[in-house]
Structure formats: structure tokens, C-alpha cells
Ligand binder design. Structure first.
Ligand code: AGP
Length: 613
């Protein structure tokens, strides 16, 4: 939520900042702005709307000369998207410019205090409070670094800040707490950014700032301080991603590119963990006596990561016979959960910075639980805070709607469940071996569902159904978990009202909404429950529903006898089947969104990383 960049070097800053913001637009895209220093002082240009509006205003950056600057792309929290609420924000003293990612929780109190000190405000944002505080302390102490320190020690909430001062034209100060911030080292130039892709074009050498860290830098030098104000050396790390990982390549959208990257992402996630027919999950330690003493496993996450957790409940309970519960992070943290050292709490997150998930993780730790995180972004807050971490190697996911992170999270869940079941002795060797084979084959199975035949089928069905107003996704057992994710994909990118229910639950209320032509997407990939789901399809057909059934190739004939349309996928090991079922639903949503003229990669009101509650 919100992305910040900063640059000090010999290049023109504005085009570098615009490049960086383009790569960070996934974090928020309702307005953007930059501040660049030149002989005219600190010059801010801001624009409501997509980054392209700012780019045009800046004539690609050429309209704003200068070599040092900061930039921001916004997802509004305090105040509606508008030019004036866009960042950067200037102190009322006219000397300090600030960009901010995060949320200042005590802003009302601080704002009142600054009013008493004589400050004036232009915007409704919490960030302007920060600018005014730095401005105030700069007037008081005449020292830029001290002014930032005095301010930061009074802030509650989360922040990654980039700050310029008119009297220190070559310098930028960056500081962070609970919002991500990386520092980039170039030749005679330095960068800050919320995420790696923003600076990858210019450097692959970075340092990750820790909470409380401050970087004071210009083109040629940088000094890092820790939260106590002590000077510290930061470890330089080399980013190994190809630039192309954060580019659209030949694809129209990141989402379709990322859908097609799933076989590779799965291979990268699974292969390093399979050795000699055994799973080795990065040294994750969950010994038998610990697992045997567990009274319950919780999985805690938000959105699609929560739906992975719902699927994990079915999978872990079936394989390990340990009671397991999936809980939304926003609920877990305030629910006074029954959690102590007899609970394992697993956190699932692509970004590793989702505010509710991070807060829930801290709560679980506070209560003495052992914590394990399944995370995609290396070095992210959740990865660092958990006792143990398993990375999904999906590579950067840029589209707001997750696809490859979802399927790789699911792959980690399979492996984790198998490792725990093996330790507990709740899975036979034959079953374990069959699953290992299934996992090895999984990337190729996913590839087979991404062939031309399935693509055209999903496209055709999208053209048929895209004008519908409502959709209901129904399925049983793990199919119902995939329904949740399929339904979310449709609503978030195609703005089509959609709900998901376990198929047997429909007649307890929601069926009253089924009328002539209502779209029902039914998942029927579980052999044992096939007849039950067919009975549910008959019930909605009897009320006029238009049913699209996703089923196994061997069951398609039976399904098509009572459904209006079908998509058939190959049968694989039943536990791994959800990894295949989700693919046509991703493609279907993508094409429905295209037919409805939606902005697939940047759906309205959403942002990729939800770093506020
Ligand atoms: C999924 O398409 C959504 N963009 C969203 O639900 C997402 O999964 C959720 O916000 C959790 O994000 P995280 O995985 O980065 O924690």
C-alpha cells in the first residue's frame, strides 16, 4: 500500500523516480507525485490518477531538472485521492518534503500538537503531520538528522519515509518501521525503494533496512544508523532476479503472464525440496514429540492466502489427524485466541508485509505459540518475525490478483502436510511415495491445463457469461476451498458480484437468490462426492441457473448431461487436484474481466500489499 522511491546521483532524478514508481504502481495507484531539488528549491509535482497523468505532467521527467529527489504512488488512507492529498508533502515551513508508506496511528494527537506550534495544513493526510513535525524540529534544533529522529520517536504506527531538506540539497534521509524499505547501491548513485523491482534497472546490490534503521545518503556516501542511533554497517545483498521477472514481456497483462509462469514457479518451489524421493523443507524442524503434543494447528492469513489456509485445513487434518483451523488474520488478532505453546500457528502471505497477518503473528508469539511462515518475499517482515519460514519461489508477483503465489503456497502446504504426516506416522509409505511422484509431475500437469484447448474454452465461456450480474461458486470439500478463490478472482478483477458456498450449504439460504440465468460455477473434481455435487447442480438448475461445471475428464460426460457447459481437467492425485482446478478459474476470470473492459492488473480500490488494518 503506497510505494516510495528516492534517488541521489548524477542522472536526472525525475525519470529515474518515474521508472521506479511504475514498478511500484501495484502497491497503489490513485495518485502519484515527486519532489526534485534544483536551483529553484524543492519542486513538487503531484497528480491524481494513474502514474501516466504525472508522467505527462512531467513530460516524461524532462520538465523537472535536478539530480536528487523522492517519489510516491498512493493508495489513499487519510483523505480522498486528489492532487493536494498526493505525496510528497511539504512542511508549512517550506523546508522539508516527505514521502510516506504506512499509517501514522497517533496522527490526530500529533496534528493537534503541531497546530499549537503554529503549523498549517493543506491536506487531510497523516503524512503532512510528519512533514510538519520534521519542519518544526528542524527549526528548533537546526539539524536535519536530529529533526528526523525527534519526529520518528513520537510516531506510532507504520512508516517508510523518504525526506528531503532544502538546506541539504544533496541529502535524503530514509527511515522505516513496519513498512518495507530497501537501499540500493550504484556507482556514484544511491536509491531507496519500497520494493526491489523499482531499482532493478539501475542496481542489483541492495541492503534491507530493519525496523528503526535510518539511512542518511547522497550520491557518494551513505551512513546507516540503527534504532538506538548507533552507526551500523548493513549487509549488501545481490538480487539474482532477471529484470524480465518484473516486466510484462510480450504479455498484455502481468496477470496472464503470471498465470503462465505457474509451471516454472511450481518447479522452483517443489524441486529443491525433493531429494531422493523425500521432502526436505529447508530444515524446518517439527519433531514428532512436538507434533504429538499439539492440540491444534492454526493457519492465519488474508484474502487468497486465507483460502490457501482453508484448503490446508482439509489437507492437514486428512493427512496428519491434527485438528486444524483457518482463521482470517483480521479476526484472529482481536479474538483472544486460545493459543499457547501447544499450538503451531502457520502464517501465509505472498508479500510478507500484510498488516493484519503481521499483527496476528506477533499476537501468536506473545501467547507462546511456535510460528511458521509461508512467504514469497524474501526478507519481508513476516518472514523475519516468524520462528521458521518456508519460501514460495514464485518470483515477483505484480498483478494485484494473485495466481502463482496462490499455487506455490498450496504446493508448500502439500509438502508441509506430507513432512508432518511422515513424522507422525499417519501416512503410509505407499501414499507418501505416490504424493512425491505427484508433486514431481505437478508443474507439467499445470502446464497441460494451460494449453491452447483450455485457453480457448475459458475464453469462449467468458464471452458467454461476462454480462451476468451474479455468480455463485459451489463445491464440496477441497473443491469448496477452490470455489472461494475462483469467486474472489472474478469479483476482484471483473467487478462481477460473486459468492462461494460449500455446495451442500446452498439450500440453507443462498438458493433463494438463484433465478433464471443466474451463473453457477460448480466444481466437481472429487470422485466420491461427484453424485452429491450433481444433485446440487440439479437443485439450482431446477431454479433456472446457468451452470458451468469444472470437472475431471473422465466425469465430463456425466457432468455435461446436467450442466449448461463444462471445463474438463485431467485427474491427478486427489490431494493435489486443487492445483489444477484453480487454473481454468483464473483464466475464466481473466477473460471475463477483459470482456467487461476492466483494468486487470490494477483493479479499482485495491492494492497488492495491504499494509494498513
Ligand atoms: C488476492 O488476489 C488478493 N490480491 C488478496 O486477497 C491477497 O491475497 C491478500 O491481500 C493477502 O496478501 P498477502 O498474501 O500478501 O498477505
Amino acid at each position: 500500500m503506497c510505494g516510495i522511491v528516492g534517488y541521489a546521483g548524477s542522472r536526472q532524478a525525475a525519470p529515474v523516480l518515474l521508472d521506479g514508481l511504475e514498478k511500484l504502481e501495484y502497491r497503489g495507484y490513485d495518485s502519484a507525485g515527486v519532489c526534485v531539488y534544483n536551483e529553484a528549491g524543492l519542486n513538487m509535482v503531484k497528480a491524481k490518477g494513474r502514474l501516466s497523468v504525472l508522467r505527462d505532467r512531467l513530460e516524461g521527467g524532462t520538465a523537472l531538472p535536478g539530480n536528487v529527489g523522492i517519489g510516491h504512488t498512493r493508495w489513499a488512507t487519510h483523505g480522498a485521492p486528489s492532487d493536494v492529498n498526493s505525496h510528497p508533502h511539504m512542511s508549512w515551513t517550506g523546508k522539508i518534503a516527505v514521502v510516506h508508506n504506512g499509517i501514522i496511528e497517533n496522527e490526530a494527537r500529533l496534528r493537534a500538537k503541531m497546530y499549537r506550534k503554529g503549523a498549517t495544513f493543506q491536506s487531510e493526510t497523516d503524512t503532512e503531520v510528519v512533514a510538519n513535525m520534521v519542519g518544526y524540529y528542524y527549526e528548533k534544533f537546526g539539524d536535519f538528522v536530529q529533526a528526523v529522529r525527534e519526529t520518528v520517536m513520537r510516531l506510532e504506527g507504520s512508516f517508510a519515509l523518504g525526506i528531503q531538506c532544502i538546506d541539504h540539497p544533496d541529502t535524503i534521509i530514509a527511515v522505516k518501521k513496519d513498512s518495507p524499505l530497501i537501499f540500493g547501491f550504484g556507482e556514484g548513485e544511491h536509491f531507496i525503494a519500497s520494493d526491489v523491482p523499482a531499482i532493478l534497472k539501475y542496481t542489483q546490490t541492495v541492503a534491507y533496512l530493519e525496523d528503526g534503521d535510518m539511512a542518511v545518503f547522497d550520491a557518494n556516501s551513505v551512513t546507516f544508523y540503527d534504532s538506538t542511533g548507533e552507526e551500523v554497517a548493513k549487509k549488501r545483498e545481490t538480487i539474482t532476479w532477471e529484470m524480465s521477472a518484473a516486466e510484462r514481456g510480450g504479455y498484455d497483462h502481468f496477470m496472464i503472464k503470471e498465470i503462465y509462469e505457474q509451471p516454472k514457479a511450481l518447479k522452483d518451489t517443489i524441486s529443491p525440496r525433493l531429494r531422493d524421493g523425500k521432502i526436505d523443507l529447508d530444515g524446518v524442524e517439527l519433531p514428532a514429540d512436538y507434533l504429538n503434543g499439539l492440540r491444534k494447528i492454526y493457519l492465519v492469513a488474508c484474502g487468497s492466502a486465507y483460502y490457501v489456509s482453508v484448503l490446508a485445513k482439509y489437507i492437514i487434518e486428512k493427512t496428519c489427524r491434527i485438528p486444524t483451523e483457518a482463521v482470517m488474520a483480521s479476526e484472529f488478532r482481536y479474538s483472544d485466541p486460545v493459543v499457547d505453546e501447544r499450538n503451531l500457528v502457520i502464517f501465509v502471505s505472498q508479500s510478507g508485509e500484510t498488516a493484519d497477518t503481521l499483527a496476528a503473528l506477533r499476537e501468536a508469539k506473545r501467547r507462546g505459540a511456535q510460528t511458521l511462515a509461508i512467504v514469497n518475499v524474501v526478507g519481508s517482515a513476516i518472514a523475519k518475525a516468524a520462528d521458521q519460514v518456508i519460501y514460495t519461489w514464485a518470483g515477483p508477483e505484480i498483478a494485484v490478483a494473485t495466481t502463482k503465489a496462490f499455487t506455490t503456497q498450496l504446493a508448500v502446504v502439500y509438502m508441509l502436510a506430507m513432512q508432518m504426516a511422515k513424522t507422525l506416522g499417519t501416512m503410509s509409505d505407499e501414499e507418501y511415495d505416490a504424493l512425491v511422484k505427484g508433486l514431481e509431475q505437478l508443474p507439467y500437469d499445470v502446464e497441460s491445463v494451460l494449453d491452447q484447448k483450455h485457453l480457448e474454452r475459458c475464453q469462449k465461456l467468458a464471452s458467454r457469461y461476462h454480462a451476468h450480474h451474479d455468480a455463485f461458486y459451489i463445491g464440496r470439500n477441497i473443491d469448496s476451498g477452490i470455489c472461494l478463490e475462483g469467486s474472489l478472482k472474478l469479483k476482484e478483477i471483473a467487478y462481477l458480484h460473486s459468492e462461494a458456498y460449500p455446495a451442500g450449504e446452498l439450500k440453507h439460504g443462498p438458493i433463494s437468490l438463484i433465478e433464471d440465468g443466474t451463473l453457477v460455477v460448480a466444481l466437481a473434481t472429487i470422485q466420491d462426492l461427484f453424485d452429491k455435487t450433481m444433485a446440487n447442480i440439479k437443485e439450482v438448475k431446477a431454479r433456472g441457473a446457468d451452470v458451468l461445471c469444472v470437472t475431471l475428464e473422465a466425469l465430463e460426460e456425466n457432468a455435461s448431461a446436467i450442466s449448461d457447459s463444462t471445463i474438463a481437467i485431467p485427474a491427478i492425485h486427489p490431494m493435489l487436484q486443487p492445483s489444477l482446478s484453480i487454473i481454468p478459474l483464473q483464466l475464466f476470470s481473466y477473460y471475463v474481466a477483459l470482456y467487461r473492459g476492466c483494468d486487470v492488473d490494477k483493479p479499482r480500490n485495491l492494492a497488492k500489499s495491504v499494509t494498513v488494518e
